[in-house]
Write a protein of this length. Structure first.
Length: 51
């Protein structure tokens, strides 16, 4: 589970980019809720999945 800038957790997983980095897609709905646009920097807090 993850949280983006104190919003509700998005329902998605991280994507391995193949160069030892990962990307976490942030939906338009979450970006709108936190006042961010495409390309803006966000803070991601990852927690262990509990399911």
């Amino acid at each position: 589970m993850s949280c983006v800038d104190d919003s509700e957790p998005p329902v998605s997983g991280g994507l391995a980019l193949g160069d030892d980095t990962h990307m976490l897609p942030v939906t338009a709905a979450v970006r709108q809720a936190i006042g961010k646009s495409d390309g803006d920097q966000v803070t991601i807090h990852l927690t262990e999945r509990c399911s």
